[in-house]
Design a binder for this molecule. Sequence first.
Ligand code: GLU
Length: 419
Amino acid sequence: MAQTSVYETVMVQFSRAADLMGLDPEIRKILSSTTNEIVVNFPVVMDSGCVQMFTGYRVQHNNVLGPYKGGLRFHPAVNIDEVRALAAWMTWKTAIAGIPYGGAKGGIQMRPWDYSPAELERITRRFTFALGSNIGPEYDIPAPDVNTNAQIMAWILDTYLQMMPPLERNRCVHVVTGKPVESGGSVGRDKATGQGLVYVLEAWAKDYDFRLDGATYMIQGFGNVGSWSARLLKPHGAVLVAVEDHSGALVNPNGIDPDALAAYVAMHGRAQGFEGGTPVDHETFLRTQADFFIPAALENQITAETAPLLNVKLMVEGANGPTDVDGDRILQEKGILILPDVLCNAGGVIVSYFEWLQNKRSEFWDLAEVDGRLLKQILSAYRRVRDAVQRYNTDWRTGAYIVALTRLQTVYRERGIFP
Ligand code: GLU
């Protein structure tokens, strides 16, 4: 089966919202394409002494609302189509979240698990060097994404600072976000995407009389977003009945303990072998009966093939683009409501914005301050989306896009098109 183009998925989602709201056709042309696409091929010396060539990407989709912003992922599926789509999603996400950023995304096409820590460090540093002044603290600010973490951000920071004149260095700490706290990161950034997702789900549950206490759910992906979402849902009394990661799937109708599973995954790098659940195949996992499903892995997971199997009432998208166009249509036909990625997973970039502000002001906020501001920011995004859903009588993804496109349209109209 041909792999769906993720950028086509974005464009279908975009067109649906643009048609419904009557987006200005001239602005539609601008937002339909990316602004800059940087592709770099660079050599790295491996531990063996051999040289290996890598291909890295950074796509800058739009910066009318502020500097380009978005993560870097290290994964074999990284290619220009995927990075374009992920960059566009960042433009919508930051616009919905109401933060002063544009959208970008990047990454390296590679299998990160095949490299030693020393090799990963050299790959990261050489990629940063190759990107050169295509990134910058007031221009384009990377962050973690799939298979990248605070350590990788620290290497990017250090490499970038080495390329600056000494007098400039301490003014550039905000060139990346998601850094280790000691190197200028923000407390609460690690859990921020999961925390934002839980805040959105709580708000929706309250508005639509959905009881989280005792609700059953399943998660696909137990990395940063999946594991934090599960751990933060535990105090709400929600019961994790099925989980799947790259190593396989587990079910347990009595509940899988998210903290124990997170500790196991931190030690073994996979869920497989965890004793708190029974191993099942992918199809059995998808057919699990539960109240809601949090996809928190990669794109194109809920498709024409897999959507018919789902037995849930609600999808809370933690990953970027987990549902393709057919999957979306089938879920809607089945009456499964989708709370979309661009709203649900915005907590990460919102706290990235807080980290960036703290760096610019040489401040350190405590966790209560970060969480309190995140709650306020994501709740107002949630309300804007909910209001658009009601006003346009549409689905939540289209409502979220309308919020983003309305904001972008306003700014283009105010500023005009140069010259
Ligand atoms: N990679 C995350 C996302 O997809 C975070 C981006 C950021 O913090 O800039 O939203």
